[in-house]
Structures are given as structure tokens and as C-alpha cells.
Write a protein that binds this ligand. Structure first.
Ligand code: KG4
Ligand code: ZN
Length: 349
């Protein structure tokens, strides 16, 4: 089957055409138009600006992806999918309404997809990957700008959130910490880079909820701890700038704290639920320290657990992952009613 998927939950306008079967996923085309440069000027995503840009880009991106797929929209595409939520409601509306229109005009079934299900399944886009390689139960860690989740999967349809964030998501903490340090938006990639050349032992930052035996996360205190640390360092002369080395050391300390909390909670969940597969997803899963530490520690403590980390290009928002998640809803004939379906900015997984 061929699925055209559209993703507009935040500041990326994305579309993909996926040829899917139970033995393989073949991504025929994938287009992502990012608004990052526009929002960087404001230090974060401005919802109204994001929505206007989505309107401007949605048709060009879809036209481009269909052309690149080599398929004919009316003749060859079997299903239309779009992100229903969670995300920015004004941005989500553009993608879902466009998908509804396409489904209505071409008389094809519409699939409304949860953005987080997409991130969870992004590893299925790895080369030579297929659904059969995922053995259950599986444990997924989804780390994005809006969510930090540990998900226990019985199969591709039965999922349970066993850990959630109590306040800021880890990606949000990266973005806010970068803002405090004047490093620009988004914060993840730049902190990841600077942390590599910093020394994580110079400053000690808290490990929120590390010793709490459940699987929930909290990252807002970590961001505040960075703020207090900077206030202490500049107390004597508030106008004095921090040295480059000090900024690198703060980034390294911040990243070490995030990675330790995420990895410790993941290992604890692996110990309790003994999953056969571990999946990682979401924008923060591009983080090199997180990827390598998770791999190393899981191999050490649970060598039989299969580990799948998404390709870097599928860690951030994209429509290919939405097509993959749509595929599993198609198998269950979970189609949306185009006369009734609306976006939901707080859609639960
Ligand atoms: O999944 P995503 O693209 O959008 C949401 O669904 O939220 O995630 C975006 C988040 C941002 O907070 C960004 O700073 C973070 O992912 N991010 C990273 C890295 N690359 C992106 N965080 C840590 N390290 C990275 N290398
Ligand atoms: Zn996302």
C-alpha cells in the first residue's frame, strides 16, 4: 500500500510517501520544510507565525513529495494520513484540514495519527528494518520538545505510558537553558555540541527525581538550577559575560544531568518489565551522549534487549514517521470520519 502523510504539528511542514507492507517499509519520498530560522529570531516558536508559514508551505511540500515519489496522487496513493495532535492547534489544523480535503476529493480513507506514535515508531524507517524485527514487549523512550515518555508496548496497538514528565519536557529544558545562556534556538543541537568540549565535573547540577522509584521525570528544576548557577557566577559583576569555557562546562554539566536521569529511569524500567526491544524517538534522540550512553548501558545490563535508535534525520519532526504510525492504524481499519475529525492539541497517546 502507498500512504501519503502530512505533519504540521509545530514549526516543520512535512510530507512523505511510504510504500508499506508487513515485510518492509520503503520511503519513496520525504520532504521537510523547516521554519527554524524564522523562529530563531524570536528565541522560540511563535504559534501564529508557525501557522501562517504552514499555510504557505503545505501545498508546495505535498506537491513536491508526490512528484518525487514518482506516483500519481489519484491513481497510486491508497491512503492519506495527517497528524491530529498533540502540537500547536493552529499549525495542526493546516495539515489535517488539507488532508481531509485531499481525502474528500480523491475518495481515499483518512488516518488521523498521534504525533507521539510517529516518534515512537521512527526506528522502523531504518534501512533493512521491518515490523517483524520488533519483539514484544517493547519499551520506548520518547524525548521531544513537548514530551518525555516511557512507553510499554505489548504490541503495535496496545501501549501504556509508564513514565511521563511532571513539568517541562527534556527538549524544552534544553531550549530554555540555551536561552538563559544566550545560545539561540533550538537549544538541543548547540548544547549537545558545546557539552562535548566542556568539562561536566566543574559544576554539579541536580538529578531531578533520580531516586524516586517511579518512572516520571521533571526537568524544570534543572533549568532553574542553571539560572541560579549563572547568578552565583556573575554575582560579583552582573554585567560581566561568562567565559566560553564556563559556558561549555555548564552545557556539559546540564547534559550530564539530563542523560543520567533519562538513562537511569530507562534502565530501571528495563529491569522491571524485561522488554525484548528498546526503541528511542523524538527530537532529543539526536543527542549523541544520550544515544551512546543508552546503548552502552542497555548492552551491559540487558544484553538480550534489541536496541533500535532512529536515523538522525528521523529524530526531529517528519511525515515519514507519521506514515509508519498510520500503517498500523490501517491494519486495524482505524479510519477517521472526514466530516467529524478535528485536531486535538493535547491528544493523549
Ligand atoms: O521531536 P521534536 O522535533 O519536536 C517536538 O515534537 O517537540 O523535538 C524538538 C526538540 C527541541 O527541544 C530541540 O532542542 C531538541 O528536540 N533537540 C535536541 C537535539 N536536537 C534537537 N536535544 C538534545 N540534543 C540534540 N542533539
Ligand atoms: Zn515532534
Amino acid at each position: 500500500m502507498n500512504i501519503l502523510a502530512i505533519e504540521t504539528s509545530c514549526d516543520e511542514t512535512a510530507a512523505a510517501v511510504l510504500h508499506a507492507s508487513n515485510s518492509s517499509f520503503n520511503l519513496l519520498s520525504n520532504v521537510v520544510s523547516s521554519q527554524i530560522k524564522i523562529h530563531a529570531r524570536f528565541g522560540g516558536v511563535v504559534p501564529e507565525v508557525a501557522a501562517r508559514k504552514q499555510i504557505e508551505m503545505v501545498i508546495p511540500v505535498i506537491a513536491d513529495v508526490v512528484e518525487k515519489s514518482g506516483l500519481n496522487l489519484t491513481r497510486d496513493i491508497n491512503y492519506i494520513a495527517a497528524t491530529q495532535g498533540p502540537g500547536l492547534v493552529t499549525a495542526l489544523n493546516i495539515g489535517l484540514e488539507t488532508a481531509k480535503t485531499l481525502a474528500f476529493v480523491t475518495q481515499k480513507p483518512l488516518i488521523a495519527v498521534n504525533h507521539l506514535a510517529g516518534h515512537t515508531l521512527a526506528s522502523l524507517l531504518l534501512p533493512d528494518m521491518n515490523p517483524k524485527k520488533i519483539s514484544f514487549p517493547a519499551l520506548a523512550l520518547v524525548v521531544s520538545g513537548g514530551h518525555t515518555l516511557l512507553i510499554l508496548m505489548k504490541n503495535f496497538h496496545n501501549w501504556k505510558i509508564i513514565g511521563d514528565t511532571l513539568d517541562d519536557a527534556v527538549g524544552e529544558a534544553y531550549d530554555k537553558t540555551a536561552q538563559i545562556l544566550n545560545l539561540g534556538y533550538p537549544g538541543g543541537p548547540v548544547i549537545d555540541k558545546l557539552a562535548l568540549i566542556g568539562d561536566s565535573s566543574i559544576f554539579k547540577l541536580p538529578r531531578p527525581l533520580l531516586n524516586n522509584q517511579n518512572f516520571n521525570f521533571s526537568f524544570s528544576g534543572l533549568k532553574t538550577a542553571v539560572l541560579y548557577l549563572i547568578n552565583d557566577l556573575t554575582a560579583a559583576s552582573p554585567t560581566k559575560k561568562l567565559s566560553t569555557q564556563t559556558i561549555n562546562n555548564i552545557c556539559a554539566a546540564f547534559q550530564a544531568a539530563c542523560v543520567e536521569v533519562l538513562v537511569t529511569k530507562t534502565l530501571r524500567a528495563i529491569k522491571k518489565y524485561t522488554p525484548q526491544t528498546f526503541l528511542l524517538g523524538g527530537g532529543v534522540s539526536a543527542n549523541q551522549a544520550l544515544r551512546s550512553t543508552l546503548q552502552e548501558k542497555i548492552r551491559l545490563t540487558a544484553p538480550k534487549t534489541k536496541i533500535f535508535l532512529p536515523a538522525i534525520k528521523f529524530t526531529g519532526d517528519n511525515a515519514a514517521m507519521i506514515a509508519v504510525a498510520a500503517y498500523f492504524k490501517i491494519l486495524k481499519k482505524q479510519f477517521a470520519d472526514i466530516k467529524k475529525i478535528t485536531t486535538n492539541p493535547h491528544l493523549a497517546l
